[in-house]
Ligand binder design. Structure first.
Ligand code: NAD
Length: 357
């Protein structure tokens, strides 16, 4: 047996437990195929935590996530907890968890699978083969800048970045590019904003440490246009908090399907790996949720937190094969489905494909 890793598991609410169970099924098959060991420790968050402990983020969760190598998370929230006071709501627990984990980089891949090109609202010829990673700075910029003020006559926010904040997010982007196609596009508004001028200078400086990576710069308005016009030109996009918020949502919709897309929030400590969708209370408990976004998040965890690159590749190839073979959960039934399968069947098929890889 090779290495052993500790994985924190947060199932959460709604479809959270169903999709996480399938990700664990696939992770177990992958670990035994590639000869490493995974030990899981479960933590409470969100509605499930409120029901059991009265708090959306119990102390045990805040402490526990520091003793694992990575955290895999499903989703939280639902109508049952919507009327609670803000500080007691499930979302408050998740925001606090992200803050405490110090995750300053949000990684959002936008992948268009060949078999699902028709799920996009854009023409197949435009989106075919798209594989972009948006790296968004998560804890700085205008959402957190001081001073900030609201009065009924005048309100303002401040966009601030320090050299250190820019350098550390740029490093994340360049490191990821080294594991991909070695191209980084840094998005800013340097023709108008001083903060973007510094952003550009620091990204250029960091680029010196990565001579193999090709760096380009783009203004954010052009980037928004280019994402729709010719998305295939991008490999890794790195950008600040507010630009990244907007661009990562736009990029994710190139694929047209919320049930497929993973994400990761990473920093200097433990990273959090989760699907981009929510807890889908409308379909919870029916066994019809699409577990692929969560399984793809588990693959990102293997790649970026555990450096088990081959294992991550195997899961991603299995996902592609499952879709190529025509297996679809209900949400994708309209797109070249040969067989509609349940959440659990989808997990088993992917696990089998990995085991046979
Ligand atoms: P949602 O993403 O949960 O659902 C939107 C639509 O997409 C629903 O029709 C749902 O059935 C469908 N859907 C989502 N994931 C799917 C999957 N894996 N397979 C098949 N269909 C899927 O967003 P919402 O309805 O706006 O929010 C529901 C709850 O989730 C709310 O309480 C919200 O606060 C919470 N939420 C949590 C997170 C998180 O935990 N990170 C993120 C977003 C929303």
């Amino acid at each position: 047996m090779g290495k052993s890793y500790k994985i924190g598991i947060i199932k959460g609410d709604g479809i959270g437990p169903e999709i996480i169970d399938e990700a664990i099924k696939v992770l177990d098959a992958t670990a035994s195929h590639f000869g490493f060991e995974l030990q899981y420790e479960e933590f409470l968050l969100g509605g499930a935590a409120i029901d059991e402990t009265g708090s959306p983020i119990p102390q045990e969760t805040l402490i526990g996530v520091n003793r694992v190598d990575a955290v895999l998370f499903g989703a939280i929230g639902g109508p049952k907890w919507d009327n609670l006071e803000r500080h007691l709501r499930p979302e408050t627990g998740l925001l606090k968890l992200r803050k405490e984990m110090g995750t300053f980089a949000n990684l959002r891949p936008a992948i268009v699978y060949d078999e699902l090109v028709n799920a996009s609202t854009l023409k197949p010829s435009v989106v075919e083969g798209v594989d972009i990673m948006v790296v968004r700075e998560l804890t700085g910029g205008i959402y957190f800048g001081e001073p900030r003020e609201y009065t009924p006559q005048k309100a303002y926010n401040t966009m601030v970045y320090t050299k250190e904040e820019i350098a550390r997010i740029a490093k994340v982007a360049f490191d990821i590019a080294m594991k991909r196609n070695k191209r980084v596009c840094s998005v800013d508004k340097a023709n108008v904003l001083e903060v973007s001028q510094l952003w550009r200078e620091v990204v250029e400086e960091v680029a010196q440490e990565y001579p193999e990576v090709e760096l380009s710069h783009m203004y954010v308005d052009n980037a928004a246009m280019q994402l729709i016009r010719q998305p295939k030109q991008f490999d890794v996009i790195v950008t600040g908090n507010i630009f990244g918020d907007i661009l990562s949502d736009a990029a994710s919709m190139l694929s047209g399907s919320i049930g497929l897309l993973p994400s990761a929030s990473v920093g200097s400590k433990v990273g959090l790996y989760e699907p981009i969708h929510g807890s889908a209370p409308d379909i919870a408990g029916q066994g019809i949720a699409n577990p692929i976004a969560t399984i793809a998040s588990a693959a990102m965890m293997l790649r970026y937190a555990l450096n088990e690159i081959e294992a991550a590749d195997a899961i991603e190839s299995a996902i592609k094969k499952v879709l190529a073979d025509g297996y679809r959960t209900g949400d994708l039934s309209a797109y070249d489905a040969k067989e509609i399968v349940s959440c659990s069947e989808m997990g088993s098929i992917i696990a089998n494909y990995v085991a046979k890889s």
